[in-house]
Design a protein around this ligand. Structure first.
Ligand code: SF4
Ligand code: SF4
Length: 376
């Protein structure tokens, strides 16, 4: 039987954290550490970034006092949950010299069991996109699989958008889809809790909470609808393939390249970017060595290095590659855009480059005179 939506309070959230621990989950939630809110271990509701909100604009992030005591007031902190599933660095194998021979020690990924408490719609969509690439394509990534396998998601629907959010136009939010449990935080530490999976329903039944008043569902929907309507940024991604193809030589690529530092902040902060490189490292005595996998970025010149040089030598070619992949070529490869509208690439770009504005400028269709298709 389907579990009816429940009414929770702060004590129920505390109990839920405790129950997750007894089920051997590593509980992570939005925590305030230094100047930012980001994902961190949560042993009690006191660890949550209660009373803080995120404030963003192009090239700017601040955690600010929210003026209330909401447990989940800070949307879209500094990071998504990407680094927990798709580690920034993973050792693939190591080698040891022993009696004149080398022994190879294969690294076995250790399964983790994460519970993300307070994940937002856009970041859940990011997990789905990474699943599509790293689990559901021809080859599953065993490191991603070990981290991701048993993860549980307790989402919070967004009732307020940040200045940089555009999830509504990307069809990924602000109402969270695919969570095990979806929470709507109301004032006064009250929550509407909806089960989205058998695991979520089973956890909620352990709380012994009472059913939520029927009007709470309507109010929750109205809050996320209002949040969607308040977003001023948007991307018309459905036409992106033809827009990008028709504007390959747009002079706007030169304009944005003149501002882009090629720092790769956008790809590091993006919940869907997945590119990697491998590095071989040895110690000074030459007795041990290891091969590690590290995050890479299409913004580095070395990323497209093949024999003789880089395919994408200029900053213009690299920015165009990134935006084209996010909005157009990802659709060719995986059937959806590779962007969830979380806005982090806008926030964490030191030059304040804004994917929604750059795409709109390209879309406006002004074509330059460099029509020879030259990548450089
Ligand atoms: S777009 Fe911004 S964040 Fe991305 S590489 Fe360029 S300067 Fe860095
Ligand atoms: S491209 Fe930018 S807005 Fe889109 S998912 Fe990545 S970081 Fe978020």
């Amino acid at each position: 039987m389907k579990l009816k939506p429940l009414r929770l309070d702060a004590e129920s959230i505390q109990k839920l954290i405790h129950i997750l621990g007894t089920h051997q989950y590593e509980v992570l939630g939005p925590v305030k550490d230094g100047p930012a809110v980001h994902w961190g271990p949560v042993a009690s509701i006191d660890d949550l970034a209660s009373g803080w909100r995120s404030s963003t604009s192009p090239g700017r992030y601040r955690a600010e006092p929210s003026g209330d005591n909401a447990l989940f007031g800070a949307a879209n902190g500094a990071d998504s949950c990407k680094r927990y599933f798709h580690s920034p660095e993973a050792r693939l194998f190591s080698a040891k010299r022993d009696n004149g021979a080398f022994h190879i020690i294969q690294e076995q990924p250790k399964p983790r069991r994460f519970a993300f408490l307070g994940i937002r719609a856009c970041d859940l969509a990011g997990v789905r996109l990474q699943d599509r690439v790293l689990l559901q394509d021809r080859y599953a990534d065993e490191f991603y699989q070990a981290n991701r396998g048993d993860a549980l998601f307790i989402a919070v629907h967004c009732s307020e958008s940040l200045d940089t959010c555009f999830c509504a136009s990307m069809d990924s939010g602000p109402r969270a889809k695919g969570a095990d449990i979806a929470l709507t935080e109301r004032s006064g530490h009250e929550f509407l809790a909806e089960a989205g999976s058998p695991e979520g329903a089973s956890l909620l039944s352990e709380l012994g909470a009472s059913p939520a008043p029927p009007e709470w569902m309507k109010e929750s929907q109205a809050a996320t609808d209002a949040c969607a309507s308040s977003q001023t940024r948007r991307v018309e991604w459905r036409s992106a393939r033809s827009v990008i193809d028709q504007n390959f030589d747009s002079p706007h690529w030169d304009r944005v390249a003149a501002r882009c530092l090629n720092c790769a902040n956008c790809t590091s902060s993006c919940p869907t970017c997945f590119c990697i490189n491998t590095e071989d490292r040895s110690d000074l005595s030459l007795h041990t060595a290891e091969r590690v996998r590290v995050w890479d970025s299409c913004f580095t010149q070395s990323f497209s290095y093949i024999h003789g040089g880089s395919v994408r030598f200029s900053p213009k070619a690299r920015y165009r590659q990134w935006l084209s992949h996010k909005l157009a070529r990802w659709q060719d490869q995986f059937g959806t855009p590779g962007c969830t509208g979380c806005g982090r690439c806008i926030v964490w770009c030191p030059a304040g480059i804004d994917i929604t504005q750059e795409y709109a400028a390209v879309q406006s269709g002004s074509r330059g005179d460099n029509s020879n298709g030259n990548l450089h």
